[in-house]
Each structure stands twice: as C-alpha cells, then as structure tokens.
Design a protein. Structure first.
Length: 490
C-alpha cells in the first residue's frame, strides 16, 4: 500500500484515522471538505509559484504517477532544479518534493520544502521537520544522493511596497542538522505506519480521543465511539474530571450526578440540560443594555487575506476589509441600513472608510459580535490610513460586544455551550436564517469576493455575487438588531 507524505502526516496525528481512510474509505468521514481547507491548499500552491521564481530555469514535473516518476529520473540526469520531483520506494513510500536543486559544490541534490506559514512548526499537528525527513528518506531510498535540506517560509515582518520582493518575502532556513537528528525517529514512525496499514482490521471499540475534550477529536470520532452523544460531558469538563465521569459510565450532561465537583459555570450548563429551560439574568441584561448610547450602530466587516500580501503596506495574511454593513437604530426605533462592498483591490479600504465615515455619527454605541475581530481590523486600518486614525480609534472606544450577554447572562440548552451568533440566532429567531442565503458564512463570502475580483466572471455573475455578498453581510447586522430587540423586550 502507498504511503504518501500526507498519509504520514495523518498517521502522526492518528493511526486509527489513517487506517480507516486508507483501508475502509467508504466508512471514513472526511468531514465537509470545507472552503477554508480548500483555500489553504490554494494558498499553498500560490506561495509555491512565487518561491519557484527564486530558482529560475527550474523544470516542472507534471502528469500521472508513471510520468512523474519517469520524468524525474530523466531530469536527474540533465537538470539543475526540478519542481515536484517524484519518488517511490519498493516499500510503497511516495513523495513529491517541492524543489530539488543540484548543488554543484557537493554534487548532491538539496531539498527545499515550501511552507505557506510564517514559521517552521514542530508541534504535534504540524511538524515541518518530519515532513522534510519523510521526503529525504523516500528520495534516498529511491536512490537519489540527497545533500542539505531547507524549509522556505514567509517572513512575517515583510510589508509589501510595490512589486513583491521575493528575496525579502521568503526566509530560507537550512534544517539539515534537525533532519539528521530526527531521521531515526521518522524512520521508526514510517515503519509503524506501514505495519498499521498492513492490518486487515483494527479495534473499533473506542479511540484515544474518548478521554480528550471535544475540540481535539477528528471527524471519525463517532465511528469509534458511537455511544457518545453529539453534545456530551466532553463539552463540559476535561482532564481528570472527564475521566472520572467516563469511568462512571456518564456520557449525557444531564446524567452528571448532583454531588459531582463542578464550577458554577459547569453546573449551570448541567442545569440547562437537566431542565431544558434557559437561564437568563434579566436584571443584568437590562443593566448592560441601559449603558448603551443611542443611536446604536450595528457593525460587521467581511475580510480577505492571503499569504502573499496583495496590497502595499500589508503583511502576510493581513486581512483586507472589503465589505461593511451598518444598521443604525435610533432611540425612537427608526432603522437605517448602510453598506459598502469593494469592486476590487485598489482603493478597497479607502472606499470603505469613506463610506463608514459617511454613516457613523460622532455619538452612539457601536455593536459588534466578538469585538476582538472588528477592533483589530480598525487598528490595522488606522495604521494603513493614518488620516482616519482618530475616527477609527473613536469607533473602538465606542464598541460593545453583544456576544458578552450570551457568555454571561443568557444561556440556553440549545446553544450547546456556545455563544456564537450562528448558534444563538436560530434559537432566538428561527425565522432569520442564513440557510436560505447563497452565501452562508464568512469563508464563503471571502471565496466569492476573491472569484469576483480575480476576473473571468460574466457581468451577470458579478452582479449576482455582489447581491449575494450584500445580503449576507446585511443579515449579520440585522440579526444583531433583532437579537438586541429580543433582549430589550425581556
Ligand atoms: S477522534 Fe479517534 S480517530 Fe479521530 S483523531 Fe482522535 S483518536 Fe483518532
């Protein structure tokens, strides 16, 4: 059976998960192959294309597996730089190397691995050293004389000024010594992965994540633990307390015994599930809302970022604010809506700031959902557009985070422990749904905007995309207005 670098990375995360994926693909739950993941992959390819400019004259290998392998062998005898050089070993290990470069001094091939990140990662989820170690082992086993190893990643301090300066944008780090140190470990892990994949069956009776909190599990969790409910004790406690409950056979939150040691917040969550009734502190909510100043400006941004900065002044992955929706609510109940959507990259944020200044008065609370996001964007915009600094700082001083009410004073069993607007809205206002919209979340929004600005869309499609984006962002702020009204009526 073939073991690719991606398989190996997945094995390091979870052997059972890899086994299911490779041996029982019909049972494997890949989860929704989200737009977010697709964007990460696309970002990776874009970064690779830029890096290739550092190696002029490099030859790109493409085609099916046989062609990739055969062409690589040809190029090893006549080229200096190969992009996507491909190797396979007798054991079934398979690797495509981003850049293989012949070192005329050592007479060996150096490996360059490209990462769309701004650091070399060595944690459990992403270990770039082990990635390169795998590539090295495969290429060497396939008979290639490998020399040094390098990881190329993005310089997080680089700010674009005019054309992208690829020599400033990328950092090339020699990791040969780390690879040497890790090689024996990686070899042993490869052997374990191959042994795992040689098994015809594995135990389906539980997996390691049973004893971890719900955020750490993969989409296969319920394949191995079908007895665990979707919203379970894993959402309330972790560590020793989780282990104690599981050892007692308690999976449902409502089955947690009265005398089990919990914090007040955890106990409230249990009470919610036991009674099925919300816990609402009306007095605190009234007091909080009483501190707001009318008119209220309900504000929401949509943003777009890429590893290669697209605009002058931007760093890697810095978010470009391309859209805003503002609902203005006066004390007498009058509601007005303002919006802005950039047509393209040039002038996107200056147009947005002009629009924002046109609708936001000098007095009134600014209501957002999860304030760190909008506040951080305002600070970045202030840096990029110092002429608007006072205005943006003033907005930040007037921000009120509506989500806080749902963290502190309003809990509902159907929120399932979350205060996200996507959980709160369908419970409080089921009639106001994102589900009927063509664009249903922020990732879809940025992906549609990207398609629109990159060209190739018909005029009709551009108009449809604009309309969909405007509808989506408007619902974000309208939802906050309606949630505010629900709270005010309490
Ligand atoms: S949930 Fe289970 S299958 Fe998934 S990563 Fe955790 S241990 Fe592996």
């Amino acid at each position: 059976m073939t073991l690719t670098k991606t398989d190996f990375k997945e094995f390091l995360l979870c052997d059972k998960c890899l086994w299911l994926k490779k041996k029982r693909p019909e049972e494997y739950t890949p989860g929704e192959f989200s737009l977010f993941l697709q964007k990460l992959i696309k970002d990776g390819y874009e970064v690779e294309e830029y890096v290739q400019k550092l190696f002029p004259g490099g030859v790109f290998v493409s085609g099916n597996k046989e062609t990739l392998l055969a062409r690589t062998q040809e190029l090893l005898h006549g080229s200096e730089t190969i992009f996507q050089a491909t190797f396979e070993t007798n054991e079934g290990l398979f690797a495509k190397i981003d850049i293989l470069n012949f070192n005329t001094e050592t007479r060996k091939w150096d490996i360059y691995e490209v990462k769309a990140s701004s650091e070399i990662k060595t944690d459990l989820k992403h270990n770039h050293i082990k990635d390169v170690g795998f590539q090295t082992i495969v290429a060497e086993d396939a008979g290639t004389n490998i020399g040094d190893s390098y990881i190329i990643y993005i310089n997080k301090e680089y700010r674009r000024a005019g054309e992208v300066d690829i020599n400033q944008l990328f950092i090339i780090e020699n990791v040969t010594e780390q690879i040497k140190e890790e090689k024996a470990v990686v070899c042993a892990e490869i052997e374990r992965a191959l042994a795992m994949l040689a098994k015809d069956d594995i135990s389906r009776n539980g997996c390691d994540c049973l004893y971890k909190s719900h955020g750490q599990r993969c989409d296969c969790f319920h394949k191995f633990n079908p007895q665990v409910p979707e919203y379970s004790v894993h959402h309330i406690v972790q560590g020793n307390k989780l282990r104690q409950l599981l050892d007692m056979g308690v999976l449902e939150i409502s089955d947690i015994p009265e005398d089990f040691d919990l914090t007040d917040i955890q106990r409230d969550k249990v009470t919610l599930q036991k009674t099925g009734r919300p816990i609402v502190n009306d007095e605190a909510i009234t007091e909080t809302l009483g501190q707001l100043t009318f008119p209220l400006y309900f504000l929401d941004y949509e943003t777009y970022g890429t590893p290669i900065p697209l605009l002058d002044g931007y760093k890697t992955n810095q978010q470009i604010v391309f859209q805003v929706s503002v609902h203005k609510l006066d004390a007498d109940g009058t509601l007005e809506h303002f919006e802005y959507l950039a047509d393209g990259l040039p002038g996107a944020t200056s147009g947005l700031l002009e629009a924002l200044r046109g609708c936001m008065g000098p007095v009134g609370s600014v209501i957002v959902w999860y304030e760190p996001f909008e506040k951080a964007r305002n600070l970045e915009l202030a840096e990029l557009h110092p002429e608007h600094r006072d205005f943006l700082e003033d907005i930040n001083n007037r921000v009120f985070d509506l989500m806080k009410v749902f963290k502190e004073d309003y809990q509902h069993p159907d929120f399932q422990g979350s205060a996200s607007i996507k959980k709160v809205l369908p419970v409080l206002l089921p009639e106001l749904s994102y589900k009927t919209l063509d664009i249903q979340n922020g990732t879809m929004a940025l992906s549609e905007w990207e398609k629109m600005i990159k060209g190739g869309m018909s005029d009709d499609d551009i108009e449809k995309t604009k309309a969909n984006l405007l509808k989506y962002c408007a619902l974000d702020t309208m939802a906050m207005v309606e949630i505010f009204e629900v709270l005010r009526r309490k």
